[in-house]
Design a protein. Sequence first.
Length: 105
Amino acid sequence: MPIVAGVDLPAQRVPCYLVEWYRPELIDDQFRTALRTLSESAATMTSEGTPVRLMMTLTVPSDQVVFGVIAADSTDIVEHACERAGVPAQRVTAAVDTYLDARPG
């Protein structure tokens, strides 16, 4: 099962999912608000006993798409976190490999 590898992550390996949003309004000013809301949703779910973490996002304005990598135990958890934040995922791809290079420079 693909996992997250990187600095300051727990020793336990968690599956990651690629989330896609094809919503032009997320590219503009609403992106920061949606991102903050999604992070808060993940934190709340984690505090309620369902671990989920937004690892990264990437916007591609020319294609009007936003990608996110979310660590959680299942696709259902990822979808629930997105819906709870008011930004339902349009596509979730299970089990992507992610490596975050945290080395300076």
